[in-house]
Design a protein around this ligand. Sequence first.
Ligand SMILES: [Zn+2]
Length: 462
Amino acid sequence: MKEFSTSRRRFLNASVATTAVFGAERSLLADDSRKAGGNSGEAKNVIFMVSDGMNHGALSLAHLYRQRHQSKETNWTRLYQERPVVRSLVETYSHSSCVTDSAAAASAWGCGHRIDNGVLNILPDGTVSTPLHTKLQKVGRKTGLVSTATITHATPAGFAANVPSRGQEKDIAKQYLDRRVDVLLGGGTKFFDADLVQQFQAAGYQSISSRAELKKIDPAAGGPLLGLFSNGHMPYEIDRTNDPALDKSTPTLAEMSRAALNRLQSAKEGFFLMIEGARIDHAGHANDAAASIHDQLAFDDAIGEAIAFIDKNPDTLLVITTDHGCGGIQMNGVKGKPDEKFGPGSYSASNAYFDRLAQFSRSLEWMSQNGIKGLSGDKLAAALEKYTGLKLNDEQTKMAQGLRGGAGVALGQHTGVTWTSQNHTGELVEFCAIGPGSDRFPAFMKNRDAHDILLATLKIAV
Ligand SMILES: [Zn+2]
């Protein structure tokens, strides 16, 4: 296995180490932007990135996968090694539970209060709280929301909408129009009927619906933008890259992020852009390790776009975090055969087990939607072997029937990746920030604290 040093010396000699380890790859250390901006002061723009439902295990697996199978490191871990990043540990509870859902979690950021699970920006006493988008709009700033879920899903909606139930996605779509959210890119065509799309167009929005159209957009064009690329959620990255039809129709998260940044960069008073890798959470609910890894890596590619932007625009604060864990994904050591040198506890089979995840070419969801859900016995085993490269025994095949959580358990017996549940977790989560105003984030905070700090960073009175 390729070794990567994380020594302090490496940080201090970041540019030298980067050249040595990554060869021709561009260093993330932008000396000029650090001199110009640093971590103090106020920001003109904020890029707020959310890997939804990201257990620490999900970050770890993506990190390891990129090292072992793509011979490089993630942008996220490189940021930590090469730049003066501010880190915080965040407590994610909601008002109603020590385990939050995405609606309450996004509302904590969006309005600065802990509210009940399932609700968007309405306090437990019924008070309708002004969401971040409206506060920013009042001072002339633009807002963009980018997600691989339906764009009306809980996390993007938490920054701009008020509804008593997160399932009211059609109402959320209308609120986006009424409130003039400037850039909307994601899935969820089914919540925007033809009449509503026409209303968006009449209000001056450019409306697009395919990867080709997104690529054709003039990068210098301004004005509001509505891009809906999928009827429901956008496909998992593992399916998008392996299914030519999905690859043709749907853009990557990085491509959507770049388009949103191009569209917002000319905003005179600045902007707030939320970028969500939404399906890491869904992979957690489905106990689908390969889907989790590839969506986390797609999110990491979007981090690369954000870094390129802050290098050119040092007046921009970049935040990267998650709203809660999901599924409790973890890479476990596998003991394998007793090792002559290190004995039975040497985890000698761990690497080989993990590497089997590189054989996977489809998510469990894709398999469900493509005729494999109803299979059993030899037919199911053959189908699973086709898309995962794994030969399940009879007991494992039975467990995998229906392609629900049991499938995750059965496949995990071959990969070493296991789960604690198919639900969200209540763990403390990762938060990092770099750029002007990032030094305001304390080393420990509650999720709701970020709201006021963001406003202060943007020089907006709370
Ligand atoms: Zn979830």
